[in-house]
Ligand binder design. Structure first.
Ligand SMILES: CC(C)(COP(=O)(O)OP(=O)(O)OC[C@H]1O[C@@H](n2cnc3c(N)ncnc32)[C@H](O)[C@@H]1OP(=O)(O)O)[C@@H](O)C(=O)NCCC(=O)NCCS
Length: 156
């Protein structure tokens, strides 16, 4: 797919708020995105019901192809708890649009997230948007891989 074709497809994706009514497709999508690291259905349920959480989905042709969940740890700090785009819908700018929309929804001056040190796709996405490494959580993941903590200063 050419660059402009991918950009057009991403623009076609609708970014909308989501919630419990999307539980089934979201639970499926989380599994398709994360495999061994996927949240359990209970985690998904919690993320969709926890008060004050920013929850967005990306919809293409009626199908949910991406999602992002964020929460506020304080009035100054937001966290992206999870973001994923279906393997078939990647590299079309949908992840970037979801992340930017979640930052706006959080409205906090700083936003943080965690990723596997080996997750190049996520690392590139976050770096492109101005996220910088602020911490390493040793052996954060079940298999012993470290977690990188990255932060973006949205405004000072
Ligand atoms: C990370 C993820 C959400 C990115 O979603 P996406 O919709 O494909 O990302 P975008 O198309 O918006 O990509 C934006 C930029 O990120 C970078 N990027 C995204 N995927 C990449 C990849 N596989 N390799 C290198 N860079 C990549 C590029 O800089 C890209 O810009 P470009 O396409 O103009 O070069 C997606 O790969 C995913 O769901 N991965 C599995 C779940 C996951 O790891 N989530 C994050 C956990 S912290």
């Amino acid at each position: 797919m050419g660059e402009s074709e991918a950009a057009n497809k991403a623009r076609q994706a609708l970014i909308e708020s989501t919630g419990l009514t999307d539980f089934r497709p979201l639970n499926k999508l989380v599994k398709a995105c994360f495999g061994r690291d996927a949240w359990t259905w209970l985690d998904v349920l919690e993320a969709l019901t926890f008060p004050g959480t920013v929850r967005l989905k990306a919809v293409v042709g009626g199908d949910i192809v991406g999602y992002v969940i964020g929460d506020r740890r304080s009035s100054r700090l937001g966290w992206i708890a999870s973001i994923g785009v279906h393997p078939k819908a990647r590299r079309q700018g949908i992840g970037r649009r979801l992340l930017l929309a979640a930052e706006r929804g959080l409205g906090t001056p700083r936003v943080r997230l965690t990723l596997r040190t080996s997750n190049q796709a996520a690392l590139q996405l976050y770096a492109q948007l101005g996220y910088e490494k602020v911490d390493v959580w040793k052996q954060y993941y079940r298999d012993g891989e470290d977690g990188l903590v990255m932060e973006r200063v949205v405004r000072v």
